[in-house]
Write a protein that binds this ligand. Structure first.
Ligand SMILES: *Cc1c(COP(=O)(O)O)cnc(C)c1O
Length: 297
């Protein structure tokens, strides 16, 4: 067994609770919430599942600095900064959009900075070069030795970490649905459910239609092949990452109030639950089935 990380001690398995929601009940569908938001106060949800295997490997490898990539509202950057503070590791965040360098930090980036993350703003054109060794060499010249984690923290170790989410749901649900950014969580969720009749459903919160390829690629990276049953419904991104319409905001407030939940994360969780509500109304789920929404934050 690998060393535990006391500062990141989790609450696992995360609670699974059924909620009475007439929009599902009228179709004979049971709605459950997988409360991954309760795993850890500072590294909630899928970020804990994705990052802890990587953080452990970093510490075991003797790394003192972690560098990663994200947009101005990236939850991953926020989680990495918090993890760095909790574990005493230095962190560098490479942020997409050099125009941001001259503006006051938004609350998300301000939180990263408060946790000690060094922010390095690059143009969108440069950001696209983040997989090129020559460009990364330039980052090493500037920041010295570091271990790099990909955007969203999605790599093979992260996918295998998220497979535990699927294993916790085996036999407990027919559909397991999750909001997707980079697809690593869905890749692991589906793998953890493989061999059961259950299927995983991903709701991308970004536009673009690139995610299916990514999920398959991440599974091959983690397991050498694709695993489990999964699909995407690309209709519920609401215009793009962190775009929140007044209707979605209202849906989120109403959903939390109905079920006595803390305010919903709007970037991911509200879009997922809204999507599931539409799908239920469309009759997409068989009567008698259990649909689990992963509350990732
Ligand atoms: C990062 C994040 C996701 C998306 O995870 P991916 O593995 O990138 O698809 C979903 N929900 C929340 C709350 C997140 O912070």
């Amino acid at each position: 067994m690998t060393a535990p990380l006391p500062a990141l001690a989790p609450r696992l398995p995360s609670p699974l609770t059924e909620v009475a929601d007439e929009r599902f009940a009228r179709r004979g569908v049971r709605l459950l919430l997988k409360r991954d938001d309760l795993i850890h106060p500072e590294l909630p949800g899928n970020k804990w599942r994705k990052l802890t295997p990587n953080l452990r490997a970093a510490l075991e490898g003797g790394h003192r600095t972690l560098l990663t990539f994200g947009g101005a509202w990236s939850h991953h950057l926020r989680a990495m900064a918090a993890a760095g503070r909790l574990l005493g590791l230095a962190t560098v965040g490479v942020v997409r959009g050099d125009e941001l360098a001259d503006r006051p930090l938004n609350p998300s980036l301000a939180g990263c900075a408060a946790d000690g993350m060094r922010l390095h703003f690059v143009s969108r054109a440069e950001y696209r070069r983040r997989h090129e060794p020559a460009w990364v060499a330039g980052l090493h010249e500037r920041f010295g030795a570091f271990l790099a984690l990909p955007e969203g923290g999605s790599n093979a170790a992260a996918v295998r970490g998220c497979a535990e989410l699927g294993r916790e749901l085996r036999g407990r649900t027919d559909v397991a649905a999750v909001a997707c950014g980079t697809g690593g969580t869905l890749a692991g969720l589906a793998a953890g459910l493989a061999g059961t009749p259950a299927r995983a459903l991903g709701v991308p919160v970004l536009r673009g239609g690139f995610l299916g390829r990514e999920v398959a690629r991440l599974q091959r990276e983690a397991y050498g092949r694709e695993r489990g049953r999964w699909s995407l419904d690309e209709r519920f991104h609401g215009g793009g990452y962190a775009r929140v319409s007044p209707e979605l905001a209202e849906f989120a407030e109403d959903f939390a109030a109905r079920h006595g939940l803390p305010p919903l994360d709007r970037v991911y969780v509200a879009k997922l639950l809204h999507g599931l509500t539409v799908l239920a109304a469309e009759g997409a789920f068989a009567a008698g089935s259990r649909v689990t929404a992963v509350v990732t934050a």
